[in-house]
Design a binder for this molecule. Structure first.
Ligand code: DC
Length: 220
């Protein structure tokens, strides 16, 4: 187990989760997908008919991340495995709004910091290097062109049986980035000490190699 933490931030669909998962696997580290936590809270918000009392919502939320050998990270919301619903269009369309709310962020950041306390974590999100793990030994800011991000998301959706139009995806990604970068609390920003990795035109293997080299440097 590596005793470092790695923070990976960046806009929607830049390849963060795919790469973070790979890097965690190859370095015997644990991958934590923080977007899935905000998505799980959004799922609950939708179940509650979009009631904007976020403090009350959070008080009724217990989130657990468990690891399945075959399926990877699973999210349990009040004991129920809701992972398969987290990428639905309805959750995606509402998650930036829910994630901008103070009670939601305070709750999620606390859970994330607890998970990372023992180190050996690769965590991806929007505020990991700036807020959640400001002392992470390695911080990556991952970017890619919006065209390529939309194409990747479409492919991912296809694999999950979710129909989507490329143009709509591009608009949705741009809108979500705008919202995430301009919200009041912990907006998406590159941490001063983060290293930018542009994944446009690069394969998963190439990006994984770049990050593995960076890990070697940190550990040297
Ligand atoms: O990475 P993702 O697409 O699953 O994230 C979903 C949303 O959750 C994203 O649009 C913004 C929010 N999010 C956040 O505000 N902070 C994080 N650390 C991770 C995600």
């Amino acid at each position: 187990m590596n005793l470092i933490n790695i923070a990976i931030d960046g806009p929607a669909a830049a390849g963060k989760s795919t790469i973070a998962r790979r890097v965690a696997e190859s370095h015997s580290m644990i991958y934590v997908d923080t977007g899935a936590m905000y998505r799980a809270i959004t799922y609950k918000y939708l179940q509650e008919d979009k009631n904007d009392d976020f403090q009350a919502l959070i008080e009724d939320v217990s989130l657990k991340l468990v690891y399945d050998e075959d399926k990877g990270q699973r999210v349990l919301l009040n004991g129920e495995d809701i992972t398969d619903y987290l990428r639905s269009n309805e959750v995606t369309q509402n998650v930036s709004y829910v994630a901008s709310k103070e009670p939601v962020r305070t709750f999620a950041v606390k859970v994330q910091q607890q998970l990372a306390a023992e180190k050996g974590i690769v965590m991806d999100g929007r505020d990991i290097g700036t807020v959640v793990l400001p002392d992470a030994e390695l911080k990556i800011y991952m970017i890619a062109s919006v065209e390529e991000r939309a194409e990747r998301r479409q492919k991912e959706n296809e694999e999950n049986g979710i129909p989507s139009s490329l143009n709509e995806l591009k608009k949705e990604i741009e809108a979500r980035d705008h919202y995430d970068m301009n919200r009041e609390i912990s907006p998406l920003q590159k941490a001063d000490d983060a290293i930018t990795v542009n994944t446009t035109g690069k394969s998963i293997e190439q990006v994984t190699d770049i990050i593995s080299d960076l890990i070697d440097k940190v550990e040297a």
